[in-house]
Design a protein around this ligand. Structure first.
Ligand code: GLU
Ligand code: ZN
Length: 472
């Protein structure tokens, strides 16, 4: 898709609020958002909560918070309304009833009185016979009298869509190309459950049509659902959107993304202090191979989003790659934005000047809030233990070295030049032999931020305490 403005393009993200936002779904949301933004069209948030038992308001609230954190904005949704409101399927039951009635009167659907136990038995029988389980059609051709009889006996019914045998459903998938499915492989499926709620194949498809959705990008696990949805839409004379089934996200070992890959939800990444721009840049490249490199902002990302660059092979979620983006993103923060991001990891009670010199010292060495905490411990905590071999390095520098350094630290207000000059004069050391024992004694580490800046941030008494312990 070369850039083509198309304000009539409409996309949507249609999550079920039954858990926290998975990275695969976050990527789906991002792609739909970018596709709409690229074209100057509309992006809708629709909540698929007809499964009342598994859906909850708390999940919905968390979902909206996650999406907003990721930086996504929608032009219509449950929180802001829009021309096709309501946007929660649980509030659209009346609307669905009209379309279900139409299916019923035209014979495109029929009431099914089979009990869950009967269906389960039939399913097992088919599996045992080595056949794919499919509805056998028990209620397909009941006469009006037979239906009345079952109703008179108080049997609950679902509404089942009648799939015509011997036909084919064909469509072009943006990612997978031309698709053909034989209707003989599709059993009659439920469009309304016994409790009156609308079933997924039905309300997902009907809502896309009623909301004017033109493009559906979603996970490849939905590819096989598409023919059923097209059958429903065709029976109702409603338009079908163009579907694109994006590749599934796997871990670095190729297995479906799970806990052992380190993180599976957006909330986990946010809690660890990942920046949204870093997460977006990684998700943007999962199953989508843009022609542009580098950390992109939203405008650049929308401009570069290209349906032709969506791929079929599983996309690898890779924390190492994400961390590369994170590093770049943290590096690119303004001073104020960095301070705000790091704030919750800073020790309480720092004076503004202390906070400033601490941030100035550690910022180049920080990728996560956890790094801020670790450096705060180095600067403000107890005298650090030395690493393996560190003790020998420090002892070899000798007590005169540290006596001189401690005195100079106190006299110079922690000025590194004064400290090294004094230690050099006392020991004759220079270069690494001069700096290494100082860094080890002061920080307990043989690497880290510039020592001069760290010393400026370190409380004077702390610096002295650390140096003086090797002065005897
Ligand atoms: N509620 C469905 C899901 O979360 C939506 C699928 C779709 O995008 O069409 O998987
Ligand atoms: Zn039945």
């Amino acid at each position: 898709m070369a850039f083509m403005p198309d304000p009539s393009l409409v996309t949507r993200f249609a999550p079920s609020p039954t858990g926290s936002l998975h990275l695969g779904n976050a990527r789906t949301a991002l792609f739909n958002f970018l596709l709409a933004r690229h074209a100057g069209g509309e992006f809708i948030l629709r909540i698929e909560d007809t499964d009342a038992e598994r859906s909850s308001d708390a999940y919905l609230a968390a979902l909206i918070e996650d999406l907003r954190w990721l930086g996504l904005a929608w032009q219509a949704g449950p929180d802001i309304g829009g021309h096709a409101a309501p946007y929660r399927q649980s509030e659209r039951t009346g609307l669905y009833a009209d379309f279900q009635e139409r299916l019923l009167v035209t014979g495109a659907a029929y009431p099914c009185y089979c009990t869950p136990a009967e269906l389960e038995l039939s399913r097992r029988t088919m599996l045992a016979a080595g056949k794919p389980p499919r509805y056998v059609g028990t209620c397909r051709d009941l006469t009006a009298a037979q239906r009345r009889d079952r109703e008179a006996h108080g049997r609950a019914s679902t509404l089942r869509f009648r799939v015509k045998p011997g036909a084919e459903v064909a469509f072009d998938d943006i990612v997978h190309g031309a698709q053909r499915f034989a209707t003989d492989d599709i059993g009659d499926f439920i469009v309304r459950r016994a409790d009156g709620s609308a079933a997924f194949f039905f309300c997902n498809a009907v809502d896309d049509a009623l909301m004017g959705v033109t493009h559906v990008l979603r996970g490849a696990d939905h590819l096989a659902n598409t023919p059923r949805q097209i059958l429903v839409l065709t029976a109702l004379g409603l338009p079908a959107p163009t579907y694109g089934h994006v590749s599934l996200i796997v871990g670095d070992d190729g297995a479906p993304l799970s806990k052992r890959h380190g993180a599976t939800s957006l909330a986990e990444l946010r809690e660890r202090g990942y920046l949204a721009v870093a997460v977006r840049n990684h998700l943007f490249r999962l199953g989508h191979a843009p022609a542009v490199q580098g950390l992109l902002d939203f405008d650049a990302m929308a401009a570069a989003f290209d349906l032709r660059h969506l791929g079929r092979s599983p996309a690898r979620f890779d924390l190492v790659q994400l961390d590369v983006w994170q590093k770049e993103a943290v590096h690119g923060l303004s001073g104020a934005a960095f301070a705000q991001w790091a704030a919750e990891a800073l020790p309480a009670g720092l004076a503004p000047a202390e906070r400033e010199s601490f941030i100035a010292a550690v910022r180049p060495n920080v990728v996560f809030p956890a790094d801020v905490r670790a450096w705060a411990e180095v600067v403000y905590g107890d005298p650090p233990a030395l690493p393996d071999g560190g003790e020998a390095v420090v002892r070899e520098a000798g007590s005169a070295f540290f006596r001189a350094a401690a005195a100079a630290a106190a006299a110079s207000d922690n000025d590194l030049a004064a400290i090294t000059a004094a230690a050099r004069a006392a020991s004759g050391r220079k270069g690494p032999a001069l700096y290494k024992p100082l860094r080890l004694a002061l920080t307990g580490l043989d690497h880290g931020p510039e020592l001069a800046s760290l010393l400026r941030a370190m409380p004077r008494a702390k610096a002295r305490e650390r140096l003086i312990r090797y002065a005897h």
